[in-house]
Design a protein around this ligand. Structure first.
Ligand SMILES: Nc1ncnc2c1ncn2[C@@H]1O[C@H](COP(=O)(O)OP(=O)(O)O)[C@@H](O)[C@H]1O
Ligand SMILES: [Mg+2]
Length: 388
């Protein structure tokens, strides 16, 4: 049977090479912080800029190091502190199993969530040491002998004991951490204690809503202020994106001048998700038309098709995420960047009427501030809005 041709682009979800490109400097800087445990990190970037993929590839980079555990914990669906506890435990135990060749750790531990008390206690007995103790905290919580605060304290404080016992370093990657920011502020005082504490455990937090994260990390009176190094993820550069598009197209059997890839890069504004989606739309179009050679016009046509595909998603975002004033601002800025004074003038308002709304949109990473003024961070959404 003929070997199946690999997909030219991959849209959505975490990507690895060959679909993951560039980010070498980010990988180097964050990889260094990871290996040396030099500090805790707050990774910020709008959605679709590739934060999860970057974290995942950081973790891959650390794969050959047997005493460096990098649990990846997605906080997206966490609704209560117990979910955070479970996420941290599962992440750490599955890493420990894999890197220290200790199969069955999680299998046994998870009985604290599912089995009767006696069976769970037996399993924890077998695990012994700090893992056994860690699990017993959950059982006490289950039996309402201790409260959520104790559970959260345990979630964050045990990893360093486990690390010591097993002679490993641990860096937790906590993706979409803003979900946890909705919990009671106690999570953060517990976390602060850990970030302060000596030991071989660090945390990399990632999120796409500065509004929520800021409450936690960046306010001066917030307990975690200045305890993390802030790292912002931007779009891919032209030098990263263009060769990637050329290479993917040619692998898929399409001939294209560099100008074609440049156009893809420009229309996607370097935003990784759109780069891949536009590439894919372009290939699908070529397939449909039976073409092997692609032109800049094809890219423009594919871009229109991509906008049409994103239409309902953008429509929902437009209608559900923004207030009337925010919409007026966005509509104006979709026509081109503007400073606060020009923007206020265009809307017939005073600059001070806008300042808190602008601050908020920036915190949500919907707007960014550039030399030419404010602009929509999501350039494709901006195009959709401008054409609407
Ligand atoms: N470094 C990269 N190179 C190429 N494509 C990428 C890269 N990072 C992300 N992508 C693309 O963007 C999509 C979204 O990436 P993801 O990591 O989920 O972003 P985020 O977590 O910031 O929302 C991926 O499915 C992939 O198509
Ligand atoms: Mg993500």
């Amino acid at each position: 049977m003929a070997k199946e041709r690999e997909a030219p682009f991959r849209v959505g979800g975490i990507v690895e090479p060959p679909y993951f490109v560039g980010r070498e400097k980010d990988l180097q800087i964050l990889g260094q912080a990871l290996r040396t445990l030099s500090h805790n990190v707050l990774l910020l970037g709008p959605r679709r800029f590739g934060k999860s993929s970057l974290l995942w590839n950081l973790r891959r980079q650390a794969a050959p190091e047997p005493d460096l555990l990098v649990p990846y914990v997605h906080c997206r669906d966490m609704a209560a502190p117990a979910d955070l506890y479970r996420g941290l435990v599962q992440g750490l135990l599955t890493e420990l199993e894999a890197k220290r060749r200790l199969p069955g750790l999680w299998e046994r531990f998870r009985l604290v969530f599912t089995a009767g008390v006696l069976r769970a206690l037996r399993a924890l007995e077998e695990l012994g040491g700090s893992l056994g103790e860690w699990g017993r905290v959950y059982l006490r919580f289950r039996e309402a002998e201790v409260d959520e605060k104790a559970l959260i304290r345990a979630a964050f404080s045990y990893p360093k004991r486990v690390a010591e016992e097993h002679g490993v370093r641990v860096v937790f990657l906590l993706d979409e951490f803003q979900e946890v920011a909705r919990f009671d502020g106690f999570v953060f005082s517990a976390l602060k204690k850990e970030l302060d504490a000596p030991g071989n455990v660090r945390f990399f937090f990632s999120g796409s809503s500065l509004g929520l994260l800021r409450e936690v990390f960046l306010r001066e009176d917030s307990p975690l202020f200045l305890m993390v190094a802030r790292y912002e993820l931007g779009p891919l550069s032209r030098a990263e994106a263009v060769p990637f598009v050329v290479e993917r197209l040619s692998r898929a059997g399409y001939a294209a001048e560099e100008a074609v890839a440049v156009r893809v890069y420009e229309l996607a504004a370097g935003i990784p998700f759109y780069l891949q989606k536009l590439g894919l739309t372009l290939v699908q179009r070529a397939l449909l038309l039976g073409r092997r050679r692609l032109s800049v016009d094809d890219v423009d046509a594919a871009f229109g098709e991509m906008l049409a595909e994103l239409d309902s998603e953008f429509e929902v975002r437009w209608l559900s995420e923004f207030s009337p004033l925010q919409r007026r601002i966005l509509r104006e800025l979709a026509r081109g960047p503007a400073g606060p004074t020009a923007l206020a003038q265009a809307l017939g308002l005073k600059p001070q009427d806008l300042s808190s709304t602008l601050a908020r949109l920036r915190a949500e990473m919907v707007l960014s501030r550039t030399e030419e003024g404010y602009r929509l961070t999501d350039a494709v959404f901006a195009r959709w809005l401008a054409e609407r």
